[in-house]
Every structure is written in structure tokens, then in C-alpha cells.
Design a protein around this ligand. Structure first.
Ligand SMILES: NC(=O)c1ccc[n+]([C@@H]2O[C@H](COP(=O)([O-])OP(=O)(O)OC[C@H]3O[C@@H](n4cnc5c(N)ncnc54)[C@H](O)[C@@H]3O)[C@@H](O)[C@H]2O)c1
Length: 251
């Protein structure tokens, strides 16, 4: 297999759908052996089949990305099976929007467990597997980390937290050759997002975006490829906005 990630071993959480699936396909397309994690086994199989059909290498790794033991087990399994571990993409999320008054303990706990604790466990497990060799940790944040969005209290807080985790981990793990970065997508056309937006809301978002379109999953996958590869060998602690310019635009 050729490509800028040939021979590298990667794991992408929540890769059965949307952005995670596009990232898994992109990394595999550049030669990485990709562990495809998702909570839903049938989703992992679907992504693995897509990758293999395109000539890439992938393994289905169903499991709960919010659980420490589960994440550690998947990372160490990939490392043991392939003799190295180079890239983790902490992408899985479970999201519910709603007013502050509507937040319940159940939804808060689940969102934090997957979107925040899951990233902590991913960083911890990857740091263990990469301790001798270095590697690249990529956390999927959101433009919501920087925005005061109504009805998104928990989501905005979690994603701002993910940017903080990224900076701290980059400072601590840098001396071991482990780079830690985040990607902050703007509104990206995934099934889940498109199901939430009617035509009027889509048109409004597009009109407010300087580049006048919504994100595509491939936009985010390209950023992940850059951060996973040696092309970004001096980049760590950064949060890359991939949002068509909307987050910092005043309009
Ligand atoms: N789509 C967007 O517009 C957008 C914008 C900004 C940030 N993001 C972020 O990008 C990431 C991916 O978002 P998406 O829109 O592709 O989501 P998605 O809902 O399409 O996919 C998420 C995947 O994660 C899986 N998952 C959920 N809980 C899991 C768990 N405990 N363990 C393992 N897998 C689990 C789901 O089964 C699903 O396949 C998330 O972190 C999200 O917050 C998305």
C-alpha cells in the first residue's frame, strides 16, 4: 500500500457514520490500517466494507468509546496486532440540544461521558501505546467551542473542554513525540445534521458563512489527514477551524 500513511496504524471512534466514517476512509486511502470503532457493530462493518472495497485496510472494532476499559482495550489490541500505534481520532459524540431548563441528568451524563470523558480515555490509551514511538492524537471539537449558541449549553461546554484537553495533552505529551491537535468543524452535511435542519435554516447558515456553503465530511477528513501525517510534524496544541470562515465572521 502506498500513500503518506503507509504502514501506520490508526483508530477512529464513532467511525460508523458521518465525519468519523469519512476520516476512516481518508486515512485508509493513504495507506493506514484503520480500526473502525462504533457503538453499533453493523455501522463498523459498513465502514470496513467501504474501505476494503476501495482497496484499503480496516478492521471492525465495535465498542463503547465512553468507557475507559473499552477504549484502552481497542487501542492496545490494534497496537499488539500490528506492532505499532500511530494515530487516534477521538470523534464519537452523542448530542442532544435543548433549552437550559430541559437538561436532565441522563442527557447531561451521556453527552459528557461520550463527548468529554471519551476524549480523555482516548488520549490516555493512545499516550500509553505511543509512549516509545510518538504519534498523532486528533480530537474532534466544534465551532460551538467558540460560540455562544442558545439551546446548546452542554454541547458548547463539552467542545470548549475538548479544546482545553487538547492544549494540556499537547504540552504534557510533546516531549514524547506525541502531537495533539483538535479540529473544529462548522455545520457539516451529515445525515444527523441534515435531519435537524429544514431548507430555511440551511439557507440561513449558508448565507452567514463567508465561503457560502455548508461543510462536507471530506473537508474535515482532509484536515484529519494533514494532522495525522508527517506533513504537520511541527503542529501541536492547535485547534483547526474547518468552518468556511463562519466562526470568526461578523455578519
Ligand atoms: N456534523 C456536524 O455539523 C458537526 C459539526 C461540528 C462538530 N461535529 C463533531 O464531529 C463528530 C462527528 O459528528 P457527526 O455529525 O459525524 O456525528 P454522527 O452522529 O453522524 O456520528 C457519530 C457516530 O458516533 C457513534 N457513537 C455514538 N456513541 C458512541 C459511543 N459511545 N462509542 C462509539 N461510537 C459512538 C454513533 O453510532 C455514530 O456512528 C462529533 O464529535 C461532533 O460533535 C459535527
Amino acid at each position: 500500500m502506498t500513500g503518506c500513511l503507509a504502514g501506520r496504524v490508526a483508530l477512529v471512534s464513532g467511525a460508523g457514520n458521518g465525519i468519523g466514517q469519512a476520516i476512516a476512509c481518508k486515512l485508509a486511502g493513504e495507506g493506514a490500517i484503520v480500526g473502525v470503532n462504533d457503538l453499533k457493530p453493523e455501522f463498523t462493518t459498513r465502514t470496513v466494507e467501504m474501505i476494503r472495497a476501495a482497496g484499503g485496510m480496516a478492521e471492525a472494532l465495535p465498542g463503547d468509546a465512553s468507557k475507559r476499559d473499552s477504549v484502552r482495550g481497542l487501542v492496545l489490541e490494534m497496537a499488539a496486532r500490528h506492532g505499532r500505534f500511530d494515530v487516534i481520532v477521538n470523534n464519537a459524540a452523542w448530542v442532544r440540544y435543548g433549552s437550559i431548563a430541559s437538561i436532565t441528568e441522563k442527557t447531561l451524563d451521556r453527552m459528557v461521558a461520550i463527548g468529554f470523558a471519551g476524549v480523555v480515555w482516548g488520549i490516555q490509551a493512545a499516550a500509553e501505546a505511543m509512549a516509545e514511538t510518538g504519534g498523532s492524537i486528533i480530537n474532534i471539537a466544534s465551532s460551538a467551542a467558540f460560540l455562544g449558541m442558545p439551546n446548546a449549553l452542554t454541547y458548547c461546554g463539552i467542545k470548549a473542554g475538548v479544546t482545553g484537553l487538547t492544549r494540556s495533552a499537547a504540552a504534557e505529551l510533546g516531549p514524547q513525540g506525541i502531537r495533539v491537535n483538535a479540529i473544529a468543524p462548522g455545520s457539516t452535511q451529515t445525515e444527523a445534521v441534515m435531519a435537524m435542519l429544514d431548507e430555511e435554516k440551511i439557507a440561513m447558515r449558508v448565507a452567514r458563512t463567508p465561503l457560502r456553503r455548508m461543510g462536507r465530511v471530506d473537508d474535515i477528513a482532509e484536515a484529519a489527514l494533514y494532522l495525522a501525517s508527517d506533513r504537520s510534524s511541527f503542529v501541536s496544541g492547535s485547534v483547526m477551524l474547518v468552518d468556511g470562515g463562519i466562526t470568526h465572521a461578523f455578519s
